[in-house]
Design a protein around this ligand. Sequence first.
Ligand SMILES: Cc1cc2nc3c(=O)[nH]c(=O)nc-3n(C[C@H](O)[C@H](O)[C@H](O)COP(=O)(O)O)c2cc1C
Length: 237
Amino acid sequence: MTGGAAESPSGSTRPVEGPTRSTRPVEGPVGLAIRRRRMTRAFAPEPLDPELVTRLLDNARRAPSAGNCQAAGFVLLDTPELVGRYWDTTLPVERREGFRWHQLLDAPVLAIVTTEPGRYPARYGEPDKVATGRDTADRWPVPYWWVDAGAVAQNLLLLAVEEGLGACLFGPFDHEPALKEEFGVESSRRLVATIALGHRLDEGSPEEPGRSAGRPRRPLTEVVIRPTSGPTRSPAD
Ligand SMILES: Cc1cc2nc3c(=O)[nH]c(=O)nc-3n(C[C@H](O)[C@H](O)[C@H](O)COP(=O)(O)O)c2cc1C
């Protein structure tokens, strides 16, 4: 194992013990699933067993959440008609020719991960939490409703690996209002991310890599910082 150096915010460097490149996967199914997971952008159109989809969503939602709010959910699009309406809303037919990942549209299931921000201040207004003072949304420096939905999304991506399925997470970005309208989603829900699920197209079918695929993994020494003991600010700060 090699050591490295990290730059502290104040500019001083200090040694960081441990690996700078890549470690072995943590042993066991979770570690392996994390290492194996990659976004799939080319799907076979064959449908998924509805019971499997239900199981995936039920297991994925078992994620931590602030105050056990459990505010994350899904809009499940699991028929060709519903999936077709998603794509008609976000990628109209006339724009499809220029789209690089045609076989992403073949995924038989789209699960839109949602969150309900209003549940957090409501929960933190309950007797056991009210003393925290977090009973209004502006008292949450980190909006944990996004964080908690992210944990559910990652659970679903990893469960897909475990089931031998392909999955791709992408953002609805500016299409959120149109999608909410199209699918009659309550105004209290926000659409966080769409996860396409299905069988990966056969090995050997060339899959267009994502635009970001070539970016190298950042060195661990940049990602993990170990604060030096004592204050690092100079007296002039
Ligand atoms: C919040 C979020 C939004 C993303 N949006 C897109 C997207 O719009 N289109 C796309 O092809 N990939 C999208 N991705 C996938 C990333 O490009 C991908 O995760 C990253 O390049 C690392 O590749 P890997 O997940 O295969 O390891 C998104 C990922 C996240 C987490």
